[in-house]
Design a protein around this ligand. Sequence first.
Ligand SMILES: NC(=O)C1=CN([C@@H]2O[C@H](COP(=O)(O)OP(=O)(O)OC[C@H]3O[C@@H](n4cnc5c(N)ncnc54)[C@H](O)[C@@H]3O)[C@@H](O)[C@H]2O)C=CC1
Ligand SMILES: O=C(O)C(=O)Cc1ccc(O)cc1
Length: 366
Amino acid sequence: MNEITIGFIGLGLIGGSIAKTIRRIIPEYRLLAYDIDTANLKLAQTEGVIDEIYCEINHEFSRCDFIFLCAPVSDNCENLLLLKPYLKPSCILTDVGSVKSDIHKKIMKTGQEKMFIGGHPMAGSEKIGYQNASAYLIENVYYLLTPSDSVSETKISVMIKLIASLGAIPLILSFSEHDKVTANISHLPHILASSLVNYIKESDNNLGIMKTVAAGGFKDITRIASSSPYMWQQICLSNKAPILTALKGYIKYLTQIKKELEQSSKDNLYDFFNSAREYRNSFSSASTGPIKKSYEVYCDIVDETGQIASLAGILAKNNISIKNIGIIHNREFEEGVLRIEFYNENATSRAIELLRKYHYTVYERS
Ligand SMILES: NC(=O)C1=CN([C@@H]2O[C@H](COP(=O)(O)OP(=O)(O)OC[C@H]3O[C@@H](n4cnc5c(N)ncnc54)[C@H](O)[C@@H]3O)[C@@H](O)[C@H]2O)C=CC1
Ligand SMILES: O=C(O)C(=O)Cc1ccc(O)cc1
């Protein structure tokens, strides 16, 4: 088989993670990248992730069998025209942007429908840039695909195969359905997280007491407020109408709960929390959710030198890789515990079994 060549236009958190995943799973593929930030490109080349780096979009990309547009959404739209003269007809052009309607409209304008299949991995984080990219970010998560109307079935099945081979779960949607869904389950939550943080900033006293005592719940639901403001500015502007509809629907809920509280409607307040609890508990705890599951366990550990090293040694001897490790202190674990994160479900369950065998107290959190 001829060598497959894949190009990346933008190599930050998502582009970098897809490139690292390809390098991990299909190391023989040739990877090319362009990014406005040359430091990213140089790092990726030094790490052996990208084979060829370019400081402009040029004829080198005409060798690509796939091109992933991985810049913020409106930059992806602008890069389409710059790429157009170089793409071979058999190339599959895709993107990873969080919004799909604008890029599909631009694709129709530029006459590139026969090669475009929109893409959107439902995984990510509040972190920014290639330095935070991970070869496991898209493992076992939904990867939404929005093929153009005139792209061939062959191209669609090749794309589905590639995404599945990278360990993600391809799911086809129309671009308008995509934007409605993501407005509700991704864009609205990001707006809520940021508005909650802004509200607390405004309400706190000058010693920052709220900020100091904010507990797990606040931190859980506002983590995504640390995301890139530039990326979210672009997402909001690009998906304005569906986000406004979602906000309107959500504000209705807030108004309703405000009324029920004002009226001390005991039963309605109970129903409000109970219906949310039941529906939230019905979400799959398997990794295929809108939010990627993190494989973490918590473990009591004696506060003595060498304790972390001996636990890590047990895992290493059994070929279990640790993704992240560190002591945490919060109210749930009053004494402080060791938080250990693994790469996948299998490693997590093997580690739990092993550590318990060595008489460690291990906690799992759903
Ligand atoms: N961050 C997340 O959790 C997720 C982001 N996305 C989408 O992925 C895309 C990329 O986001 P991230 O990787 O998170 O952002 P990022 O900020 O980590 O990376 C963006 C990269 O694009 C480069 N870039 C900016 N303008 C460019 C241009 N005109 N041409 C070429 N490169 C350019 C930047 O230098 C940077 O390396 C966005 O469209 C976003 O909507 C999709 C799923 C999750
Ligand atoms: O960090 C998280 O939990 C996210 O929600 C990340 C994210 C951001 C943007 C997307 O389009 C998809 C996923």
